[in-house]
Design a protein around this ligand. Structure first.
Ligand SMILES: [Zn+2]
Length: 204
């Protein structure tokens, strides 16, 4: 395979990037001065070496000699967080939106996506096994399913709820969902803080 095609195939796998955009990225790179390419390689290498995924919630965090226990992000290792409360979100950006409201003090679990169908190949893209393990190993009092009110988000909410009930047949915790308020078809990532706050406070 030639070099250009190899890079196009890599970029094509990035979220929201199709073949055409991937091609444009590669032409852009070809025209860049060598120093800029080195800068990019350096930044990617740094990302590879310094950014880790949290073993509990899968939130990316930077290793910078912090006193946090190995393998845990600042949220999971913060003793002030409520360890009995777990919030399941689709992606990192949703976690950030909820954090920005400053109204949530529990822990998180990043599912890694949503599914349009209950097909095996779709489900295998999500951290379902990791989720089972997470809910089984902890004594939560509440698990909040905070997925987007899109068709995929709703399908995935059902899947998540079934998965939890399968892993723990009679859970001691309650399973709640964000209250309505986020526009139907809308996404947590783009919801304003006030909307998100009331969706969080009104969860049931
Ligand atoms: Zn974490």
């Amino acid at each position: 395979m030639n070099t250009q095609q190899k890079l196009i195939d890599i970029f094509k796998k990035f979220p929201t990037v199709g073949s055409r955009t991937a091609g444009r990225f590669v032409y852009h790179l070809i025209k860049l001065p060598k120093e800029r390419i080195d800068e990019l390689i350096g930044a990617i290498t740094e990302l590879k070496n310094k950014i880790k995924l949290c073993q509990l919630c899968f939130n990316p965090y930077e290793l910078n000699g912090s006193p946090a226990p190995a393998g845990l992000c600042p949220i999971c290792s913060d003793p002030r967080r409520n360890k009995n409360l777990l919030c399941i979100v689709e992606k990192e950006a949703d976690l950030l939106s909820l954090e920005n409201t400053k109204k949530y003090n529990g822990l998180y679990f990043i599912l890694g996506g949503t599914v349009a169908t209950m097909k095996k190949e779709d489900i295998s893209q999500l951290r379902i096994n990791e989720l089972k393990k997470r809910v089984s190993q902890n004594s939560f009092s509440e698990v909040v399913i905070a997925l987007n009110p899109t068709p995929e988000g709703r399908t995935t909410s059902v899947l998540v709820e079934n998965t939890i009930k399968e892993a723990i047949p009679s859970p001691a915790f309650k399973i709640t969902h964000l209250a309505r308020g986020i526009p139907v078809g809308g996404e947590l990532e783009y919801a304003d803080e006030e909307t998100l706050e009331s969706a969080l406070e009104g969860r049931k």
